[in-house]
Design a protein around this ligand. Structure first.
Ligand code: AKB
Length: 316
């Protein structure tokens, strides 16, 4: 990767990935882009920034040509809970947006990295230690778009030789930018509320297990896979990756080790509970470990310690 265009660069992943990649590859080599200009001077002012709506292929093409981009990291997407509330929008942004990025990549001979999700699995998928290659019949629109995206990326690689790569991310936990309407968001909000109010009302049942990952590991996964030796990649577009699996009860217990007076109660949202129940409890990410050396650094204890420290500084 020499010149990279990142779509959705002001979102939860993008706002941190841009800064991390600018440190590694140089400020001028990482072009951040977003549909609208939001208040994020760290990203907008530290290197090139373009207004790119992924539903407008010409805007993607112009940014790629102008900056002589060789890799698109396509992050612009709608998350699961928003996708269930507005399925048509989720299909448009997640599938048409990716299709546009792939078409430009084909025409201009650039590589594409895009994340899939644990949402690409469904109720009939084996729940524990979910294999890399298994049944994928998701029953959410977000999941449908993620399976479609995995297949589209495979197709562009096999049919046109576009260098497509991707991972299935679990819930991502970070302190810079809030996630925008997913089912795993509770695991971010709980840290904010623990510090701000000392209590949190969780929208999932206390024993709901899902895979999760701290943002530094997620950034590492993207960069490591994008740089991996292509001759070693068998799966390319949809590597299971995980760092931990926990329930609301367990994250609560971990936070209480640092903030003993913290309390949690539960007010279950049936829509998000149904989504969470349709996803795996824990993934098998052996293929990523073997094919490109995936190895996360943070478990629940290490993440909680770091997250509370960083958030404390941010909120003060
Ligand atoms: C969501 O909850 O929608 C996302 C995801 C797991 O893809 N965080």
């Amino acid at each position: 990767m020499k010149k990279v265009l990142i779509t959705g660069a002001l979102g939860q992943i993008g706002s941190e990935l841009v800064l991390e990649m600018r440190k590694i590859y140089g400020d001028q080599n990482i072009v951040a882009s977003s549909r609208s200009m939001e208040d994020n001077p760290k990203v907008i002012e530290s290197g090139p920034f373009e207004l790119v709506d992924v539903l407008e292929p010409k805007q993607i093409a112009d940014a790629v040509s102008k900056h002589k981009v060789d890799t698109i990291i396509h992050l612009a997407a709608i998350l699961s809970a928003v996708g269930e509330a507005n399925p048509a929008l989720a299909w448009k942004i997640n599938v048409e947006g990716l299709f546009n990025a792939l078409e430009i990549a084909r025409e201009k001979n650039v590589a594409v990295f895009t994340p899939s999700s644990i949402a690409a699995f469904g109720p009939s998928t084996p729940k524990d230690n979910t294999p890399q290659d298994t049944l994928q019949r998701p029953n959410t629109m977000y999941g449908v778009t993620k399976v479609s995206g995995e297949l589209l990326c495979d197709y562009y690689y096999e049919k046109f030789g576009v260098d497509t790569r991707g991972v299935r991310f679990p819930g991502l936990i970070s302190y810079e930018t809030l996630p925008g309407g997913g089912t795993t968001d509770y695991a971010v909000h709980i840290y904010y509320e623990a510090l701000k109010t000392g209590k949190y009302t969780c929208y999932l049942k206390e024993d709901t297990y899902m895979d999760m990952m701290y943002m530094p590991d997620a950034l590492q996964a993207i960069i490591q896979l994008a740089e991996a030796d292509p001759s070693k990649l068998v799966h390319r577009n949809a590597f299971n990756v995980t760092a931990m699996s926990f329930s609301p009860k367990e994250i609560n217990e971990e936070i209480r080790k640092h903030i003993p007076q913290f309390t949690i109660d539960y007010q279950v949202d049936p829509i998000r509970q149904k989504i969470a129940d349709s996803w795996p409890n824990s993934l098998d990410d052996q293929a990523a470990r073997t094919e490109w050396g995936w190895k996360p650094k943070y478990d629940l204890a290490a993440m909680t310690q770091d997250m509370l420290g960083k958030l404390r500084n941010k909120l003060n």
